[in-house]
Ligand binder design. Structure first.
Ligand code: ACO
Length: 324
């Protein structure tokens, strides 16, 4: 059976760090409030002159090296981003050129915070169909560019960064103990656009890009239940049970959401990889960044069963089970 497998993981964080105290100087908030309600202590911010594509390129280089592949091997580039360098062309086109990759297909996927899970499913389809053999799936975000720094309910939540994985084909028996991407569950409820969106774009009167607008407590209410449903469905589609999960690598939105999902699923909190304190919510970059962190510190190892999940604007949400 032909399957796709994740063979390398990489990440990149810009140097600039913004602490909770930094926000307390400009809006009515405090480190104590932010830590208690979100678990966030700091976030990185894209360095001057750097764009989303530059962070994507750095993360991609690390993932390629981890997989022992050269950039000349790459035959598909998918970038999940909600902060493209420009409205068009895709950030993936720019990344291809900056990386010096071959003239392979390259495009972006827009599913906001769920973008990495969606993009990985697209890569899985290309590989399983025999169309691609070396796919870069990158989540890269400069969320700082979309923030209204006078809105304390949103500006404290987000961070910048990039993460990447390399996806390659593997031959296996079809058993869920074999290496490979085992199953997905992806969903969208477009009736909930108003809960989380950017108020600009093509049809905005002054053609501005706009800023993030969010009904935070409404998103929060949706999150735990919807994420848990997707995780249970992805596990079931992979003929696994929740107890089989070695590492739960969620989208890093809020420590309370991570805790709520773990409790609802009966998952040991020691199996939850959390980088929310250091990275905050880096949207489509958060899962591969957290994954990279847990590979680097030796937690996530070959043979482990990793479960990823995300929920974000759309609303979009989804989960995937992956054997390393
Ligand atoms: N500092 C101090 N007070 C604040 C801050 C802040 N940074 N932000 C909001 N408040 C205030 C509000 O103004 C409100 O004050 P009021 O009662 O005087 O009106 C009060 O705190 C309570 O506001 P709520 O929005 O009900 O607070 P809540 O406990 O829900 O926490 C938060 C807000 C942290 C945004 C939470 O709702 C949340 O994390 N929601 C999830 C949203 C999210 O993660 N979105 C990211 C994208 S989607 C995703 O990735 C899952």
């Amino acid at each position: 059976v032909l399957r796709s497998a994740v063979t390398g993981v990489g990440g990149f964080l810009p140097e600039q760090v913004i602490t909770n105290e930094d926000f307390a100087k400009t809006v009515d908030t405090s480190d104590a409030w932010i830590v208690e309600r979100t678990g966030i202590r700091q976030r990185h911010k894209v360095d001057p002159g750097m764009k989303t594509s530059d962070m994507a390129v750095e993360a991609a280089k690390v993932a390629l090296a981890a997989a022992g592949r050269d950039v000349s091997d790459v035959d598909l580039i998918i970038v999940a981003t909600t902060t493209p360098d420009m409205p068009f062309p895709s950030t993936a086109s720019i990344v291809q050129h900056k990386l010096g990759a071959p003239t392979c297909p390259a495009f972006d996927v827009q599913a906001v915070c769920s973008g990495f899970v969606y993009a990985l499913s697209v890569a899985d389809g290309f590989v399983a169909r025999g169309l691609s053999k070396c796919v870069l799936v990158i989540g890269a975000e400069a969320m700082s560019q979309l923030l209204d720094y006078s809105d304390r309910g949103t500006c404290i939540l987000f961070g910048d960064g990039a993460g990447a994985v390399l996806v390659e084909p593997v031959e296996g028996t079809g058993n869920n103990t074999d290496k490979g991407i085992l199953g997905f569950d992806l969903r969208c409820d477009g009736s909930k656009v108003d809960l989380l969106y950017v108020d600009g774009g093509t049809f905005e009167s002054e053609n501005r890009i706009g800023k993030i607008r969010m009904q935070g407590n409404q998103v929060f209410k949706q999150a735990v239940q919807k994420i848990s449903q997707a995780v249970e469905a992805a596990v079931e589609k992979s003929n696994l049970s929740i107890a089989d999960i070695d590492w739960f690598i969620p989208h890093q939105a809020n420590q309370r959401i991570l805790k709520g999902v773990a409790e609802r699923l009966g998952l040991d909190e020691a199996k939850v990889v959390s980088t929310v304190a250091q990275h905050a919510n880096t949207s489509a970059a958060s899962i591969p960044l957290a994954w990279y962190t847990a590979v680097q510190d030796g937690r996530v190892k070959p043979g482990d069963l990793v479960l990823i999940e995300a929920l974000g604007g759309g609303l979009t949400w989804g989960a995937a089970a992956i054997r390393l």
